[in-house]
Design a protein. Sequence first.
Length: 384
Amino acid sequence: MKIESVNVTVFQYPTRRVSDSAGHSHPGPESMAKMAMLTITAEDGTKGYSFAPPEVVRPFVVNTFFRKVLVGQDAFNRERIWQDLAHWQRGSAHQLTERALGFVEQALWDLIGRRLNLPVWKLLGGYRDKVPAYGSTMCGDDLPGGLSTPEEYASFAETLVARGYKAIKLHTWMPPVSFAPNPKMDVKACAAVREAVGPDIDLMIDGYHWYSRTEALWIGKELEKLNFAWFEEPMEEESMASYAWLAENLSIPIIGPESLGGKHHSRADWVKAGACDILRAGANGVGGISPTLKVANLAESFGMDCEVHGNGAASLAVIGAIKNCRWYERGLLHPFLDYDQPAAYLNSLIDPMDEHGMVSLPTRPGLGEDINFAYIEANTVSHD
């Protein structure tokens, strides 16, 4: 099944998510945003799709890397294609980013799954057909009634539990919020949520990512008193030694790395250094589904869990194929937004959740996205 073409369609859609000056998402007035649909077409007409921000799959990246490597190749030689693309990152990582590599690889998996009429998670191994979800909040804000106080976090946590979630992860306040970063405010939010939901709901925190060792240690000790399930990215992940030190000095599980580059290679170093208790990887951050699966297998070899970062079709595909992941990250959630309303370019959600907090793996072939092609065609801005 030879690959015939690689194309990108940029379209616009309405959203109520806006980014602050530091890039964090918050609710806002409805506006039009842009999304890119990457399409890989085989010579028999089979197509595979993935979605990415337009800046990730710029025309230069598509022409210089994607088409050069993919066109004319057998789509089933997926690992060789991925390795060839990863090789091109040497000297070009600022252009062919891990995210760009991840999105083209997702479209390749989608193509293969659609060609074989099977969901990707079954092609990867098919361990389970449903997974419990945790509600992952947006970062804190200064919106009255939103996530501006510990009490508002607590109220929203009660809403999430009533919806069915059995676990909640807090993203706390970060700049440009005026009082952030603030370890004491982070802990106050965590304590308020624990008091609101009781002892049986698993809680996690992903706070400010540049705390010092002493600040992270203090927060971690307070989280231990609150019986939190894990502590995520409190410090700069480039400093693996700082995480090894933190893991040595805390009993709460340290999870990571989330945003660090290096794919499965850097995560192997973290295991060897004892820098985490739970490994972290996501298809959008480590270069695709394949390296995420490699991280999960690495973790399993050392008796560790690998919690897959982020929501969406690619995350579900990996989680459906592995045993050593406890949760699916569903979010980002906020009191002012309805997560259960699909984006205009999708006919339905990839991750509907039942009243028991369970997300079923998709049964549609490929990655399982229910794409509204008519909407995309009607709202196309550019087509490469």
